[in-house]
Write a protein that binds this ligand. Sequence first.
Ligand SMILES: Nc1ncnc2c1ncn2[C@@H]1O[C@H](COP(=O)(O)OP(=O)(O)O)[C@@H](O)[C@H]1O
Ligand SMILES: [Mg+2]
Length: 134
Amino acid sequence: MSDPQRIAIVRDADIVMARQAGRELAALVGFKGSDLALIATAISEIARNILVYAQRGEIELSVAEEGERRGIAVVARDQGPGIANVEQAMRDGFSTGGSLGLGLPGARRLMDEFEIESQVGVGTTVRMRKWVRR
Ligand SMILES: Nc1ncnc2c1ncn2[C@@H]1O[C@H](COP(=O)(O)OP(=O)(O)O)[C@@H](O)[C@H]1O
Ligand SMILES: [Mg+2]
C-alpha cells in the first residue's frame, strides 16, 4: 500500500485513470464521501494541466504518513514549458489556455498542502497532500 503508483499522462483517458486511481487510494487510506470527490477533482485538474500545457508527464500517488496522520500524496511532474510567473498562475481566473483559470488555485483549496515548483524550459512539479480528518 505504500508503494507509489505512477500514471503516465499522455492522453485524455489517462486523466480519467489518474482520477480514478486517486479516488481508490483515498478510499483505502480512509477518506469518505465528499473528500473522495474533492481529491479526484484536484488530481484531474493537475493532470489536465499536464496534458494541455506540457503534452506529457506523470502523476504519482502514494500514502502519506506523518506521526499519527495519514493521507494521500499526489505529485505531478512534467518537462514541459514551465510557468514564467507562478504567482500569477495561482490566481483565480488567470489562464493562458482560454479556460477558467481555476485549476491550480482550486486544487490548492481542495487539498491541505500544495506546492508548485516551475522553471521555464525545464518543467513543472506540483506536490499536494491531504490528511484524513480524525
Ligand atoms: N503543467 C503546466 N505547465 C505549464 N504551464 C502550466 C501548467 N499548469 C498550469 N500552467 C499555467 O498556469 C495557468 C493556470 O492554470 P489553471 O489554474 O489550471 O487554469 P487553466 O488551465 O484554466 O488555464 C495555465 O493557463 C497555464 O498558463
Ligand atoms: Mg487547468
